[in-house]
Design a protein around this ligand. Structure first.
Ligand code: PMP
Length: 436
């Protein structure tokens, strides 16, 4: 597959944009380097690049595009918003509609606030938790990624681990001291950390279902124990649902049927983003009334935003949730996911390629290893060279994956059985041609 124009554009981009990309996870550094593909158009599950090649897309823009690209209902909502002015700086009625839509699906949130990205949403939940508890430390989990604000970029997963940057430069040691990182799915490790720092801990922050070192479920009883233990030290539970909200069902991880008693896994604060913006920039956070009332103008914790709640993002979000609320949406994603998982596993067995597939509904991750992947250490301990080969062999057959062994594949409602079958055929070919 020829990608001459992508190569030429990358050379130009390098002159003007740092690293040629506007987010490091878009670079091909983790898969052997070189020019990333410059896309020109996206429709449904299909990407077309600047050289005219087409690809079945499993990146879904790192998650938000669950309806497929340029979904007509969302496109219409954005067009309508654009025609009435995209930014007001005043309250609008649609913000209330959207807040109610989110609260109905995720009842742990009495009040919400819209921001512009997942990073902002997470960053603010930390400030609010600190304001509410009067404490400063945060406990997080190895490999969970919570955006690029200072505090949570210590021992993060996803982009930073792919690029081999354990801690970002530019973060003062005094800030790094405020965060404690423990392994995911290990309740004893959390208990130890709380034993030591519990009285100083404002919150325990977690991706309740992980999307940043592959798709990883908490072990049965783990989240329940985490919530109970955290509260016994007077700390708050923050869920980062930036990937997981509306990913597995019409609701969040905290309301997902994998957790039989939702009251036992309910967080105090929730951060969201990605899907809820229908592809436009958005973030949101919410939680219990008395905690959220810490936020200005009601309380002393300050958070603001010129673009926050802009009519374009809110319209896209409302429209996206309307699409997702249609009956059968998640059954469809689950069926496609099952078909893809079965096909990949079978093809790997056929070619004796060690492969572990983790899947939750329409999101899955491929790990080149024999062992299960239940935490970050296990996800790191997989064959990156195999993934890089696989990634390139898939790309050359028109299958677009995220260029990192830690990122998930996301199915959308625009994918078809034929797309999935073509992907499996491509994987057969890739496995047959990998050096292993
Ligand atoms: N939290 C999680 C769980 C994420 O996966 C991400 C982004 N990948 C973020 C926060 C940050 O979101 P954004 O990129 O919108 O700032």
């Amino acid at each position: 597959m020829k990608r001459e124009r992508s190569h030429a554009l990358y050379e130009q981009a390098l002159q003007h944009i740092v690293g040629g990309v506007n987010s490091p996870s878009r670079s091909f550094k983790g898969v052997g380097g070189g020019a990333p593909v410059f896309m020109k158009e996206a429709k449904g599950a299909t990407f077309t690049d600047v050289d005219g090649n087409s690809y079945i897309d499993y990146l879904a823009a790192y998650g938000p595009i669950i309806t497929g690209h340029a979904h007509p209902h969302i496109t219409e909502a954005i067009t309508r918003a654009a025609q009435s002015g995209v930014l007001y700086g005043t309250p609008t009625e649609l913000e209330i509609t959207f807040a109610k839509q989110l609260k109905d699906a995720i009842p742990s949130m009495d009040k919400v606030r819209f921001v512009n990205s997942g990073t902002e949403a997470v960053m603010t939940t930390i400030r609010v938790a600190r304001a509410y508890t009067g404490r400063s430390k945060i406990i997080k989990f190895a490999g969970c990624y919570h955006g690029h604000s200072d505090l949570v970029l210590v021992a993060a997963g996803s982009g930073p681990s792919t690029l081999g940057i354990p801690d970002s430069a530019g973060i003062p040691g005094s800030i790094a001291q405020e965060i404690i990182t423990v392994p995911f799915n290990d309740i004893d490790a959390l208990r130890e950390a709380l034993d030591k720092w519990g009285e100083e801990t404002a919150a325990v922050m977690i991706e309740p279902i992980v999307g940043n070192f592959g798709m990883v479920m908490p072990k049965p009883g783990y989240l329940e124990a985490l919530c109970q233990l955290t509260r016994s030290y007077g700390a708050l539970v923050i869920y980062d649902e930036v990937i997981s909200a509306f990913r597995f069902h019409y609701g969040a991880a905290q309301t997902y049927s994998a957790f039989p008693d939702p009251s036992l896994v309910e967080p105090d604060l929730t951060a969201m983003g990605k899907i809820i913006g229908g592809g436009l920039p958005i973030g949101a956070y919410g939680g219990r009334k008395e905690i959220m009332e810490q936020v200005a103008p009601l309380g002393p914790a300050y958070q603001a935003g010129t673009m926050a709640g802009n009519p374009a993002s809110i319209s896209a979000g409302v429209a996206c949730l309307e699409v997702l609320s249609e009956p059968g949406t998640y059954t469809r994603l689950d069926q496609l996911g099952q078909r893809l998982q079965n096909g990949l596993e079978q093809a790997a067995r056929h070619h004796q390629v060690p492969l572990t597939v983790n899947r939750i509904v329409g999101a899955l991750s491929t790990h080149f290893c024999e062992h299960p992947v239940t935490n970050y250490e296990e996800a790191k301990d997989t064959d990156g060279e195999h993934f890089a080969q696989f990634f390139r062999l898939m790309l050359d057959q028109g299958i677009n994956l995220a260029p990192s062994k830690f990122e998930a594949w996301f199915l959308t409602i625009a994918h078809t059985e034929q797309d999935v079958d073509r992907t499996i055929e491509a994987a057969e070919h890739a496995f047959a041609h990998m050096n292993h």
